[in-house]
Each structure stands twice: as C-alpha cells, then as structure tokens.
Design a protein around this ligand. Sequence first.
Ligand code: HEM
Length: 407
Amino acid sequence: MSQASLDTSLFGPLLFDPYDYDFHEDPYPTYRRLREEAPLYRNDELGFWALSRHADVITGFRDNTRLSSANGVSLDPSAYGPHAHKVMSFLAMDDPRHLRMRQLVSKGFTPRRVADMQGRILELTLGHLEPALETGEFDWISEVAGKLPMDVISELMGVPQQDRAEIRRMADLVVHREEGVPDVPVAAMEASLNLVGYYADMLTERRARRTEDLTSALLDAEMDGDRLTDDEIIGFMFLMVVAGNETTTKLLGNALYWGAAGKDEAAKVLRDPERAPEWTEETLRYDTSSQIVARTAATDIDLHGRTIPEGGKVLLLIGSANRDSEVFEDADEYRIGRDSTNKLASFGGGVHFCLGAHLARLEANTALEQFARRVADYDVDFDRCERVHSTNVRGFAALPLKVTRRH
Ligand code: HEM
C-alpha cells in the first residue's frame, strides 16, 4: 500500500463542512488535507466547490470575470434573509456596478478621514483599556475588543453612544449560525431587519440635517452627477457594521489568544510595544477573522483536472491560503515578526480588496500597542474562552484574561 493511501485511510474520508462546530474548533487540519488531497474540493450535499491553495485563492480573488460576486459572497443561501434587496452592498456586485458604488463610497470613506481618526482611536482604546486593566481580571472581548471597532465605526458614521451596544448585539446575531444547519436563523434575519430599519431612520435624520460624519458625506458624495441611493448607503453601513466590526473584534481576540498560547509569542511585544504591528500581521495570517468568501462561476472553469460548471458556488478559503507551506515557512507556527508583506489573503484581493484594511490595522495596532505598554504579563483562561460559530467569522465571543500591570 502506498503512503498516500495509507494516510487517507488513517484519517478517513475527507469531509469539509463549514457548519460543523468541531470544524470551527480547529479548521486547519482539514484545510491542510484539502490543499494536499483535493485542491478543488466538491461538497455535493451542500452544493459548493472549494479552493484552498494560496495560489488558487489569490487568483480567485483577482479573477472577477470568471468568478462573480453578484450572487452574494457568503456560503449561506442569503445571509440577509428576505431583506437582501435592501442590503445593496457593493461587496455583492460585479463591475461596472461595483466600481461605480465603490468609487462613490470612497469619496466619503477617504484615507484622510481614516487618518484623522488616529487620535480618536487612541482615546477610545484607552477609555476601554484603562478601566479594564484596573480590575486585573476581565473579559477582553466584552470590555475592549468588542467595543472598540463598533465605537470607531459608529463615530465615523455618527451613531450615538447609547445605541452602540444594541447595534453590536444585532451584528453578532447576523453572523451566528446554528450547528449543522445551513439555513439562516430567524434571529439573524430579524437582526438584519432591525439594523436596516435603524440605518434607514438615521439616514432620514441626516437628510434633514447634515453633520460632519461619514453618513452625511455619503449623502453628498457625487460623481458625474451620479449619487448613492438610500438603499446603497444603508447597504454600506450594514457592511461596515457586520464586515468591519465583527472581523476587527475577532482579530483583536485572536491576537491575545495566540499571543498567550504555546510559546508565549506576545512576550516579544510586551517587551517592545512598538512591535505591535507585527503582532497584528501574524494574527491576520495565522488565524484570520474572515475565513471564507464565496463566488459564483460565471462560466465553466477547468481546474485541477475537474470542471466547475457555470453557476457553481466556489468558496475561497482564506484561512487555508494563509497556512500554505508553499508560501509561508513553518506555516503552522505562530511567529510574531515573520515577514508576510504582500502575501496575506486576509483582506481579499483584486477589485473587492477590503476597503477597511487600513482602518482595521490602525485599530489593532493601537489597541495591541497600548495593551503592551501597560501590561507586563497576561494569562488567558483557555477553558473559559467561548468561540463564535459562523461560516465565515472566526474568533471568540468570550476571552477571559488575568493581567499583571507594569509598575
Ligand atoms: C471587503 C476582510 C475590516 C470594509 C473585505 C474582503 C475581505 C475583508 C476578505 C473581501 C471580500 C470579497 O472579496 O468578497 C476584512 C478583515 C477585517 C476587515 C479580516 C478586519 C480584520 C474591515 C473594516 C471595514 C471593512 C474595518 C470598514 C469599516 C470592507 C468593505 C469591503 C470589504 C466595504 C468591500 C469592498 C468591495 O467589495 O469593493 N474585507 N475586513 N472591512 N471590507 Fe473588510
């Protein structure tokens, strides 16, 4: 018997089920087998194809002619339930429609506006971090990581303080999935409806009275006489709160989790807080918070000796691409300080490259640096960490910490 067939029989049949809670615990052994045994994987029951190698995922992101986003970029049938028509997110559009809307949104969501947030991000970080550290023991997600991205996005958009906790609760519900059930839970659909309703009201208010926020800027954004419709602005707000908030919260949680696990890699940054960006980058690679995006084949695609038929759903496995040993040395090792420049699949690629990548990095670098400046050492209570269950977002709902402050 050959080594390959021995290995296959030892590990059993290769099943990749993104709804399986055991898979969520540790998806990386499955990803490895997909890369090695089935680089173009087919799940007949759930009706999708999956690409797991770094080269294929990156090519997939760039090939927006053959791989369309227009039927949605989530594995789930319709992540927004019956309100999908309201959520006119350009994430789920192809060019030229996508390009038009991305350009219009970019008129409000400018690098300048993000850069101007730097001082405010520091204040917001310290506002959550200082009181939490005072207590010595606290939940990193509920006290810091879960609050900061929502605060930042809310300040950008002009959402008042008193509404933020409820919006965060709804955003959590939107991405949550029941074990083994591909259908979108009713609670997730209700939460989508509530979010859409909230932003519609906010837009009505801003239309009557402009302020300095991004919402007002989006209402005024104009290109060759073209403007964003209300549904398009609501779609963008929805996208920021779900795609931008959840992912950044989880990135911050994953950083502290892996920083303390194994070889205590965080010690490198606790000794030298200016290395915080390296902590962010390695977490984005090793256990990124946005794991899977979907595309639809716009034509038959021949790959790895098989054919994806036109209309087939194709998953791009970002988390797997980031662990491909063809690209990353000792890919399964969490090593702060490795150079992953221009190799990460974490923010996608091509025309849909994450619009918030800079903002997410700014937030994570600030929070991790300020944490490192104040903390001599910390422990994660691994037994009490609670994982979020989603087909895309990867990270924790609870991450209890015990910290020793610097003197
Ligand atoms: C797109 C990941 C934070 C806004 C994307 C895509 C990925 C991604 C993978 C590409 C999706 C696709 O090609 O279908 C992440 C991760 C984040 C993060 C891992 C944090 C760690 C943010 C933030 C914002 C944001 C903070 C905004 C405030 C967007 C938008 C798009 C996008 C608007 C759509 C761009 C387009 O379709 O042209 N993000 N994101 N993201 N992201 Fe992010």
